[in-house]
Ligand binder design. Structure first.
Ligand SMILES: [Zn+2]
Length: 246
């Protein structure tokens, strides 16, 4: 097919996987590979550390602690295989619950850890994914001063498709704590029936791992359906912006 006859992609679907569960992330990568797609994987700098005890409202975040996380050797291996591996915070702190200056230092620590440990990582070409998709305008602005794309909560899961390579905040939806297959499917179908845009949905592990996981069976059927739709592109978040003209 020549370049001129390429159908226009009016609908971009970004399905991102957060938290860095070792088992699920390798399996997710394999599933995307089987459709010649790149997975969108977001990992926590300190996720593999023994001292990693994330808390929600002061309580241990049990779903996040109980399953083994990978480390940067895993993330470099998956990046080498062509997948997009991006930052999902330094240690999964909800940055809206700590003072702004401390939150900024936390983002700086995240940048430093990823630039040190993940091959080829430069924040200005990368995506920052807030823990719990929790942020505020000050935090968004600070993260946007360091990163190309900043992902947080959205009133809608549909964002405008960017036309320039410049810093952009995207909103996403997720659903949990139970399996998200049905909610995802309904939300996606609404998007596919719309005139278009950039749909961003955030899940975690597969088959019961993590908060609001997707089933591997659904993921396979989803990707096999989406790659047949000529107007739809399934892309990791960074790639949507990174390849645009400045
Ligand atoms: Zn998370």
């Amino acid at each position: 097919m020549g370049l001129m006859s390429k159908p226009k992609k009016t609908h971009i679907v970004t399905l991102s996987f957060d938290d860095g569960f070792k088992k699920s992330f390798y399996e997710t990568a394999e599933i995307f590979e089987s459709f010649k797609l790149r997975a969108c994987l977001n990992v926590i700098a300190q996720g593999h550390s023994e001292n990693f005890v994330p808390k929600v409202n002061g309580q241990p975040d049990t779903g996040l602690v109980s399953s083994p996380k990978g480390d940067f050797s895993d993330w470099n291996a998956l990046k080498n295989r062509g997948h997009e591996v991006m930052a999902h915070t330094y240690d999964h702190t909800n940055l809206t619950t700590i003072p702004l200056e401390a939150a900024k230092r936390d983002i700086d620590r995240c940048v430093a850890e990823f630039e040190k440990n993940l091959m080829g990582f430069k924040a200005k070409d990368s995506v920052y994914n807030f823990a719990y998709n929790a942020s505020n305008p000050e935090l968004d602005a600070y993260a946007l001063s360091k990163f190309l794309v900043v992902r947080s909560h959205g009133n809608t899961a549909v964002n405008p498709i960017p036309t320039k390579r410049e810093p952009v905040r995207i909103g996403c939806w997720s659903h949990g704590p139970e399996n998200c297959d049905e909610v995802f499917d309904a939300t996606l179908n609404e998007f596919l029936a719309s005139p278009g845009g950039w749909f961003v949905f955030n899940t975690h592990g597969l088959d019961g791992e993590g908060w609001g996981p997707m089933s591997s069976r659904y993921l396979r059927s989803l990707l096999s359906r989406l790659i047949r739709l000529e107007h739809v592109a399934v892309l990791p978040a960074g790639e949507v912006v990174l390849n645009l003209p400045k």
